[in-house]
Design a binder for this molecule. Structure first.
Ligand SMILES: Nc1ncnc2c1ncn2[C@@H]1O[C@H](COP(=O)(O)OP(=O)(O)OP(=O)(O)O)[C@@H](O)[C@H]1O
Length: 246
């Protein structure tokens, strides 16, 4: 494979439980290659395998069969220690529920991945990231003192601090109002356009998906369709055909 691919899955199957004995086939021979510096949205009906796709792509979960790569690193070839290192340094995560540490200030929340990796935090870099996510004056605040949108900005800054190859988002705007969601999506878009990052985002929302370059559609664990240069209307239409709103 070429290093121009940030994320790759080759015939990835994920079964929870035991094959053929009541096990759930959450992903069924999924193959996808996501280029570096691209923004991909993953959509599909509830239970179609979106979160499982994200977890298998990011090394948060083991695949049952098939192979997945981050850059040129094959994840199934890594032991637990190597996987932990990869998750700390090469991927960033943003969740619907922000997952910040309440007792820590914004500055310390953002620096946490570096501390866990045993690295010193470069003050200038941290200030630069705070500025980039629009929180320059909030370094000493604690999460409870921030709005939902501001908390998600902290989570994005925390995801970016290790300069990851890929930022994975699982419904990153799911808990936000429409206006705030749009600001967060613009920030993720900027990570790709200005920062050269690769972003992969699970979402239920066609408007959110329209910020991506490509939308991948999952149904029953299979990749059934893709759309380039999506618009909210076209995505909503495609989701209707998948029975997503049923
Ligand atoms: N830990 C688990 N153990 C057993 N089954 C699981 C587990 N995680 C997910 N599943 C099942 O795998 C299938 C895919 O789940 P997944 O969470 O990936 O779907 P999703 O598209 O993200 O759903 P949603 O939109 O509702 O969050 C579902 O049938 C789900 O019930």
């Amino acid at each position: 494979m070429t290093v121009r691919t940030a994320v790759r899955l080759d015939a990835v199957t994920k079964i929870y439980g035991r094959r053929g004995r009541g096990g759930v086939v959450a992903l069924d021979a999924v193959t996808a290659a996501l280029p570096r510096g691209s923004f991909t949205a993953v959509m599909g009906p509830s239970g179609s395998g979106k979160t499982t796709f994200l977890h298998c792509a990011a090394g948060l979960d083991h695949v049952t069969s098939g192979t997945s790569w981050i850059g040129d690193t094959e994840l199934s070839g890594l032991n637990e220690t190597q996987l932990t290192r990869l998750r700390r340094r090469r991927v960033g995560f943003v969740f619907q529920s922000f997952n910040l540490v309440p007792a820590l200030t914004v500055r310390h929340n953002i620096a946490l991945p570096l501390r866990l990796a045993g690295e010193r935090t470069d003050r200038r870099r941290l200030d630069g990231i705070l500025e980039r996510v629009g929180l320059a004056g909030k370094a000493s605040a604690r999460p409870a003192e921030l709005s939902g949108g501001q908390q998600q900005r902290v989570a994005i800054a925390r995801a970016l601090i290790t300069r990851p190859d890929v930022v994975f988002g699982d419904e990153p705007t799911g808990a936000l109002d429409t206006v705030t969601a749009r600001e967060i999506l613009a920030l993720l878009r900027d990570c790709v356009d200005t920062g050269g990052q690769t972003v992969v985002m699970v979402t239920h929302d066609p408007v959110a998906a329209a910020h991506a370059d490509t939308v991948l559609f999952l149904a029953d664990g299979r990749l059934t369709d893709r759309m380039e240069a999506p618009t909210a209307d076209r995505v909503a239409d495609r989701m209707t055909h998948l029975g997503a709103w049923a």
